[in-house]
Design a binder for this molecule. Structure first.
Ligand SMILES: [Zn+2]
Ligand SMILES: [Zn+2]
Length: 65
């Protein structure tokens, strides 16, 4: 099982980013299909997707970037 970081956002979405190969996968430098969550990182914000949606939805002029 290859290791992944899990980013847990405040909107409850979780994204995974690749961290490191397991031994068999390392030999061929190809990720296997098994994900092992190595570390979960709590993000104190919404994920990119929700941010985008949120800005649209709640945008009454105040938070325009
Ligand atoms: Zn693996
Ligand atoms: Zn989200």
């Amino acid at each position: 099982m290859c290791s992944y970081y899990a980013h847990a956002f405040s909107c409850k979405h979780v994204t995974y980013s690749f961290a490191r190969f397991c031994d068999p996968a390392g030999l061929i430098q190809t990720r296997c299909n098994d994900r092992h969550i190595w570390q979960t990182i709590r993000m104190d914000e919404h994920c990119e997707e929700c941010k985008a949606t949120h800005y649209y939805a709640s945008d009454s002029g105040r938070r325009r970037r």
